[in-house]
Ligand binder design. Structure first.
Ligand SMILES: *Cc1c(COP(=O)(O)O)cnc(C)c1O
Length: 370
């Protein structure tokens, strides 16, 4: 998809698909907290009971679906999207390939619960996925860039090989958002996204969505939600709609700042390594340029040791110590504190919306004093 087509998609998402408005229609979607809808006689119409459908959900699903260019089902967290895909698509005897360096809880859910239903779970490092034999898999899960090491996998090539092997390809696109990377256009069957991160963007709501151009699969995911009851609240849906309206400006700012900061951090003597797909020394920089529309808002930087990393984060006024990423406030954390296989001084920096020079002066000052 050409760049300006995504711009048009985003504009359409902002304008409710640019459908006709009647005089008096609200421009912002109403929050509809009812559990029941007027339902006389034989059941019919779009709304019957609030575990099945809700007008505020529809507004968010339409906006996200317009942006993804695919039918979209929303969920109350990113993990609820992962669970919906697992439990609606997998059967006893299936084999699943998950990223060894992807979001930890995706593996935990599979190993703790799916395995008990007779599903076999294998894992492979994201950077090694392209060389992995995919024969026998029912589902191949891709997370690129991986988290926190920011390794890449070639979605187009892996999807082609996975399809030849008869597997379904799912991409967790949380780190990039639909504006930064287009997995469905690269051949993936399903996209899942934790909209808790940059899509909602204000660190005040957990949320997620599943998108696919396979109508039968989307119907199964929707049916899973209706039966399992993992449904978003109307207020949370409205908050995500509100956040989504500024995704484009926030994402541009965050990616521009992340790129500038990565280049400056490389030059700082206290920084021993910088990991960013947009830097020419990233091992998959050529793939990043081909596959990603932007290089993202996450930067990995390594300082001398754990103490140097903790001191750096504490000294910054505009970098908050927090897990998660994609919010308007820049945040950072030492990932080894969670047991990730990274150097003790490795920091995952989530670049927010602060003006770049204020952020850089703050970070440079904290490094200089370290
Ligand atoms: C945060 C995250 C999730 C889970 O999202 P929650 O909203 O916390 O459930 C899944 N995948 C990735 C890549 C994430 O970063």
């Amino acid at each position: 998809m050409a760049t300006n087509d995504i711009d048009t998609r985003f504009a359409l998402a902002l304008h409710h698909g640019a459908g006709a408005l009647k005089p008096g229609d609200p421009l912002s979607p109403p929050i509809v907290p009812t559990t029941v809808f007027h339902l006389p006689g034989e059941p019919g119409g779009p709304y019957q009971y609030a575990r099945w459908s809700n007008p505020t959900w529809d507004a968010v699903e339409q906006a996200l679906g317009t942006l993804e260019d695919a039918e979209t089902v929303i969920f109350p967290s990113g993990m609820a999207t992962v669970a919906a895909v697992f439990y609606s698509q997998l059967r006893s005897g299936d084999r699943v390939l998950l990223p060894a360096d992807g979001y930890f809880v995706t593996r935990a859910l599979a190993e703790k619960f799916l395995a008990a239903f007779g599903v076999t779970i294998d894992t492979v490092a994201t950077a090694a996925l392209e060389q992995t034999d995919l024969a026998g898999y029912r589902l191949v899960w891709i997370e690129t860039p991986s988290n926190p090491s920011l390794d890449l996998a070639d979605i187009e090539r892996v999807a082609a090989r996975a399809h030849a092997a008869g597997a379904l390809v799912v991409v967790d696109n949380t780190t990039m958002s639909p504006l930064g990377q287009r997995p469905l256009e690269l051949g993936a069957d399903v996209v899942v996204s934790a909209d808790t991160k940059s899509v909602s963007g204000h660190s005040d709501v957990l949320f997620g969505h599943v998108s696919s151009r396979n109508a039968a699969l989307v119907a199964q995911v929707r049916d899973w939600r209706k039966n399992a009851g993992a449904i978003p609240g109307p207020f949370e849906a409205w908050l995500v709609h509100r956040g989504l309206e500024t995704l484009e400006v926030r994402f541009e700012r965050m990616c521009n700042s992340a790129e500038a900061l990565a280049r400056r951090l490389v030059e700082h003597p206290k920084v021993t390594a910088v990991r960013y797909p947009g830097l020419p020394d990233h091992p998959a920089h050529a793939l990043a340029k081909r596959q990603m529309r932007r290089f993202g808002l996450l930067v990995g930087l390594t300082l001398a040791d754990a103490a140097a990393a903790e001191n750096f984060i504490d000294r910054c006024r505009f970098v908050r110590s927090a897990t998660s990423f994609g919010g308007v406030h820049t945040s950072a954390e030492r990932r080894a504190r969670w047991g990730d296989h990274v150097a003790p001084g490795f920091i995952r920096l989530s670049v927010g919306c602060e003006p770049l020079e204020a952020l850089w002066q703050d970070m440079r000052g904290a490094l200089d004093r370290g």
